[in-house]
Design a binder for this molecule. Structure first.
Ligand code: SAM
Length: 292
């Protein structure tokens, strides 16, 4: 099978099938063999691995994955790409194509059926319009996984890595860093894609912790607090939480906190009552959650 990772090979397939790129699906296909090689090598895939690829497009990266992994499950939303994938991947008997929205697919079940519940690896050039829900979905549904190696918008890669005191710090930084150790692998210019995206891109690898270094007693509550704090990031934490925290405990009861509750907890932590959420570390959010 001829590799697809060049502008000429990709253009040929597109023409042959009369395929029309759909902007709403974030379709920017990789057409640079060096970048593809680098993504594959830093994802450290071996024959022991079961890989889930989100958005295979015409199958360019899927071919590389199929040659190295034990099995590949590729989830693609666009039905017009399925006949193309059936052709470009026909030589590989270790690839399963699922035509569905990744946000609706039970990836826990894929890990169970295809990998006996052992940790899978996720590798993808993600559709940028749903980067955050995809990553949060994978972590929050506790899919057994060892690493996620993904192409994302450069700015989003930065957001995943930063700590308190920067403008990029937010709910995504805290969620990613709670579950995994992020590592930006490389920047990728727009010229490596067809069509070219209007933003810069980066490959980031998220190495899932076996044991998170920081743990909140009630993970869901901590993330509700984090979301409320950053939804109104210009407000003090006491105001943001007393107005905006909406959280249901395990019995289904809605939990509200008062300004006083928050100020009391901040006092115990030795923090100012006028502090904003953007100044708190992950450890401090976990402590606050346990106190409230
Ligand atoms: N992997 C290919 C490559 O690198 O050339 C294509 C990457 S392209 C940035 C993103 C792919 O994700 C597209 O093929 C798009 O159709 C697919 N996609 C978009 N939304 C999706 C969703 N909700 N579920 C599954 N696939 C989706």
């Amino acid at each position: 099978m001829a590799y697809l990772g060049t502008p000429t090979a990709t253009a040929e397939i597109i023409k042959k099938y009369g395929f029309a790129f759909q902007k709403k699906y974030g379709q920017n296909f990789l057409v640079d063999a060096n970048i593809l090689e680098k993504i594959i090598s830093c994802s450290e895939i071996t024959r022991d691995d079961c890989v889930v690829e989100i958005g295979p497009g015409i199958g360019t990266m899927t071919q590389y994955l199929a040659e190295r992994a034990g099995c590949v499950v590729a989830i693609e939303i666009d039905k017009n790409l399925i006949p193309i994938l059936n052709e470009t991947l026909k030589e590989y008997d270790n690839v399963t194509i699922i035509n569905d929205d990744v946000l609706k697919v039970d990836i826990n079940k894929i890990a169970e059926v295809k990998n006996n519940g052992r940790p899978i690896k996720v590798v993808a050039n993600l559709p940028y319009y749903i980067t955050t829900p995809i990553i949060m979905g994978l972590f929050e549904s506790h899919v057994p996984l060892s690493s996620i190696t993904i192409m994302v918008q450069r700015e989003v890669a930065d957001r995943m890595q930063v700590g308190p005191g920067t403008k990029d710090y937010g709910a995504l930084s805290l969620a990613v860093q709670y579950y995994a150790r992020p590592e930006i692998v490389m920047n990728v210019p727009a010229s490596c894609f067809m069509p070219r995206p209007g933003v810069g891109s980066a490959v980031i690898r998220l190495n899932r912790y076996d044991e998170p270094p920081i743990q909140a007693k009630d993970e869901k509550k901590m993330f509700a607090i984090i979301r409320a704090a950053f939804n109104q990031r210009r407000k003090t934490l006491a105001n943001a939480l007393s107005n905006g925290l909406s959280y249901k405990d395990e019995t289904g009861n809605t939990v509200n906190v008062s300004r006083q509750d928050v100020c009391g907890a901040l006092d115990k932590m030795g923090l100012s009552q006028s502090i904003r959420g953007e100044a708190l570390t992950l450890k401090q959010f976990a402590e606050l959650s346990d106190l409230l």
